[in-house]
Design a protein. Structure first.
Length: 149
């Protein structure tokens, strides 16, 4: 990953550049560009693990992924799961890494957790709106109404 990837021929579409760490404990960012444009398609933030606490094969972790939502030649947006698969794929293929894909169950659990958090926030907002509506109704009830004879 640290060396990046330079295409050997015009047919190669990927170019990968890595921001070099200042020391072994720094975070690096792997930037992947597709085609002959300067448009970044995917960026992986990789954080080095503590050598005293990790196995040799798990010396670093991809902690963040950023990707272009719509890729050239496609009209549909890329999901997070597909972006992760693409990131692992190009690292393994072009950069000769041996990354393992995250279990789908873990992705689903994360998505469910995010959905639950979103639902909780929405419920809180709805409750605030209901409270405001109740106060408005209370204000209407306290106004003096004209008497009819």
């Amino acid at each position: 990953m640290l060396q990046g990837y330079r295409p050997d021929s015009m047919e190669d579409k990927w170019f990968v550049k890595t921001d070099k760490p200042e020391d072994a404990q720094d975070t690096i960012v792997v930037h992947a560009y597709w085609g002959w444009s300067s448009h970044e398609m995917i960026a992986l933030t990789v954080t080095a693990g503590d050598p005293s606490k990790t196995d040799a094969k798990e010396w670093a972790t991809i902690t963040q992924i950023a990707w272009r939502k719509v890729w050239p030649g496609s009209e549909e947006e890329m999901s997070e799961a597909k972006a992760k698969r693409n990131g692992v794929g190009f690292c393994n293929h072009l950069l000769k890494c041996s990354l393992e894909e995250e279990d789908e169950e873990e992705d689903e659990d994360e998505d469910e957790d995010e959905d639950e958090e979103d639902d909780e926030k929405k419920d809180e907002e709805d409750k605030k709106d209901d409270d405001k509506d109740d106060k408005k109704e209370d204000n209407h009830d306290t106004k003096a109404k004209p008497k009819t004879n």
